[in-house]
Design a protein around this ligand. Structure first.
Ligand SMILES: C[S@@+](CC[C@H](N)C(=O)[O-])C[C@H]1O[C@@H](n2cnc3c(N)ncnc32)[C@H](O)[C@@H]1O
Length: 193
């Protein structure tokens, strides 16, 4: 079976082409993380942020039995193919996210590669994580840092990194389904049970 680098190359998925940080690539992160789930059947994967659909096609090829769902707030990103369904949904639209959850009865894996604005990432996280069975991933967390990306946050606004600190507190202090939280460069994965 091909790994993420090989599949990513085939579909031109940018996130599988460069380093997330020198020496760390998304394909190595996802190869480790997703291998145990690769042959699960059924498996429902939601990705926030479709763009040209490259990563949705990569998930489809990597997980041969998975149903892949993508959402985007740009209508030109939408497309359909076998095992891939896409919807026009802003990641901060609570009502539409809840309708999506109702339709799919939750997801096994969620990947947030949408707008990378904290205020929106936080809404997606709060609504989707209670209905995520195995792993919730957030990419490009460096947008939380105004010294690197001033365009992504307003002064005084809660960042996704602050929200993740609340998740850490919740995971440690409360009885709940969060098993493990893994931070990598610019990336976080919350493992649920
Ligand atoms: C980095 S691209 C996604 C790339 C894709 N996941 C891949 O790896 O091939 C980000 C996408 O998020 C979408 N986006 C931006 N803001 C969004 C929002 N508020 N809700 C949903 N999608 C959003 C953009 O339209 C764009 O298509």
């Amino acid at each position: 079976m091909q790994n993420f680098r090989e599949i990513g190359k085939k579909f031109g998925a940018t996130k599988f082409q460069g380093d997330v940080y020198p020496g760390q690539t998304f394909e190595s992160i996802y190869d480790d993380m997703f291998a145990p789930f690769r042959l699960y059947n059924p498996l429902k994967i939601l990705e926030i942020g479709i763009q040209e659909g490259c990563s949705l096609k990569v998930w489809k090829e990597y997980f041969p039995y998975a149903q892949i769902v993508g959402i985007d707030n740009d209508i030109s990103s939408l497309f359909e193919e076998e095992r891939i369904t896409t919807y026009l949904i802003d990641q901060s639209d609570e009502k539409k996210l809840r309708d999506l959850l109702e339709r799919y009865k939750g997801f096994d894996i969620v990947i947030d590669d949408g707008g990378h604005f904290s205020t929106k990432q936080i809404v997606s996280l709060e609504i989707l994580i209670p209905h995520t069975k195995y792993i919730y991933c957030i990419e490009d967390l460096d947008t939380s840092y105004p010294e690197i990306h001033p365009e992504f946050s307003k002064e005084g606004e809660k960042t996704i990194i602050m929200a993740l600190k609340d998740v850490v507190d919740f995971a440690i202090l409360e009885k709940n389904k969060i098993k493990r939280i893994e931070f990598r460069k610019r990336f976080c994965a919350i493992y649920c049970s």
